[in-house]
Ligand binder design. Structure first.
Ligand code: EPU
Length: 417
């Protein structure tokens, strides 16, 4: 078990560089299964989810090399083997092997995926889409067996633009015969990154990043190369921290258009920030105003930034409303914020945050990845020492977080117990 100890109220200055996006790389690695060739992926973050996916790839026969943010994967010896609970339960994205193994081998045996406990997180859209593509799906107690003689290209409509289901259909359809159309597809930038990667291998995907994606099936894919887009959630977390504690803090490798919703809300709250190409300089503001946040699908305010933003809102003067619309259980961090001195009333998926309240260091828990980010923001701005337990959750999504923050003036220690 690891814990993070934070001495709060340190001014942050200097430069912090954003890493490659977790939610992109977790799709790009399984996608390589679709070629028997070699793939090179640049700007890869060294986070635990990547290490687990590498283990899974090696268990299937891939030759993997990961050094200096470059991941090379040679799949000439890849075979279709079952992916057991030991691997699949470690992360949500293990279910992308469903799409890619079905695409390449028309069969997959895989245990149930893991991931943060932020709601029931069904994957019925994925299963329904696979069935429409002619795949026989057998649901066992804690695993799935899926197979088909031939993947059928067809139209797939989603009731809700699910990121995961869009990715799984993309993966399953690039080698299917004919044209697949995904209607009401997710528009998150990570989908575009994946489509660019698959197209670099010879896939024929148009419309990724919009609500309708068209995939013309091809016979096979070749070698591929891509650079992982910068992590908009990591960038957003550091922008939020910079808005509270920054002094000419420069955050580099940001794609501004991926973060419009957050930048808009920060400016509304009175934050001073300056965008220069892919860099943003941010300064703390003493008189922050309350703003309302409602999480939704891209390009709306991201659910993954709702929790860190709620910690920020405790420092704004007035009443802010925070409404989560994607997951059922994204407010589990609120009691911990209140324990640190916040004044937040939570009802179902909505929280009313009264500010400004002085926060004090306490012992708190990271109940999931982004709850950990929320505790981090609160601990950084609190008086005294904050200890965050269950910090493994946070480390899954933020590369070298301790070094990155200490390099700009924070006082954080990671302790192994
Ligand atoms: N949903 C269904 N049925 C489905 C699929 C989704 O009901 O078949 C529901 C979910 O229960 C949820 C909503 O639709 O309420 C959104 O789910 P979506 O499929 O869009 O999300 P996801 O693919 O499970 C990815 C990220 C999440 C991020 C969401 C939304 C990965 C590995 N995960 O999840 O990231 O919150 O998109 O942007 O890419 C995180 O990084 O902390 C994280 C949870």
């Amino acid at each position: 078990m690891k814990k993070l100890i934070i001495e709060g109220k340190r001014e942050l200055t200097g430069e912090i560089k954003i890493s490659g996006a977790k939610n992109s790389i977790v799709a790009l690695i399984p996608a390589t299964i679709l070629t028997k060739g070699k793939c090179v992926i640049h700007n890869v973050p060294d986070i635990s989810d990547v290490r687990i996916l590498i283990e899974i790839m090696e268990s299937l026969g891939s030759i993997v090399h990961f050094e200096n943010e470059v991941l090379t994967i040679d799949n000439k010896n890849v075979e279709n083997k079952p992916i057991g609970e030991k691997y699949a339960s470690k992360l949500r994205a293990s279910y992308y092997f469903m799409g890619s193994l079905l695409g390449q081998f028309q069969q997959v045996d895989i245990a149930n995926p893991g991931g943060c406990v932020i709601g029931s997180r069904p994957f019925d859209f994925h299963i329904d889409a696979f069935k429409r593509m002619g795949i026989h799906v057998e649901e066992k107690m804690d695993s799935y067996h899926m197979c088909t003689d031939e993947l059928k290209a067809t139209d797939i409509f989603f009731d809700f633009p699910s990121v995961g289901a869009t990715i799984n259909v993309l993966l399953a359809s690039v080698l299917a015969k004919g044209t697949t159309r995904i209607i009401n597809a997710a528009r998150e930038p990570e989908i575009e990154n994946l489509a660019d990667f698959l197209n670099s291998m010879g896939a024929r995907i148009v419309g990724a990043g919009s609500g309708t994606i068209e995939i013309k099936g091809v016979e096979s894919l070749n070698d591929g190369e891509i650079s992982v887009i910068p992590d908009r959630i990591e960038a957003g977390t550091y922008l939020i921290i910079g808005a509270l504690l920054g002094h000419h803090l420069k955050i580099t490798d940001i794609v501004e258009k991926h973060l419009y919703s957050l930048l808009y809300k920060l400016k509304d709250a009175g934050v001073h920030l300056e965008v220069n190409g892919n860099d943003i300089i941010i300064n703390k503001s003493e008189h922050l105003k309350a703003v309302n946040i409602k999480t939704t699908v891209y390009p709306g305010f991201p659910t993954d930034l709702g929790q860190p933003m709620s910690a920020f809102l405790t420092q704004c003067i007035g009443e802010s409303m925070f409404e989560e619309t994607i997951y059922e259980n994204r407010l589990r961090h609120i009691p911990h914020l209140n324990n640190m001195g916040a004044d937040i009333k939570a009802f179902d998926k909505t929280a009313l945050i009264r500010g400004k309240t002085e926060l004090v260091g306490r012992k708190v828990k990271a109940t999931d990845l982004r709850a950990g980010a929320s505790m981090l923001v609160a601990g950084m701005v609190a008086e005294g020492e904050t200890i965050i337990y269950n910090i493994e959750h946070l480390l899954r999504g933020y590369e070298k977080i301790v070094d990155k923050l200490n390099n700009i003036g924070a006082n954080i220690r990671l302790i192994d117990e």
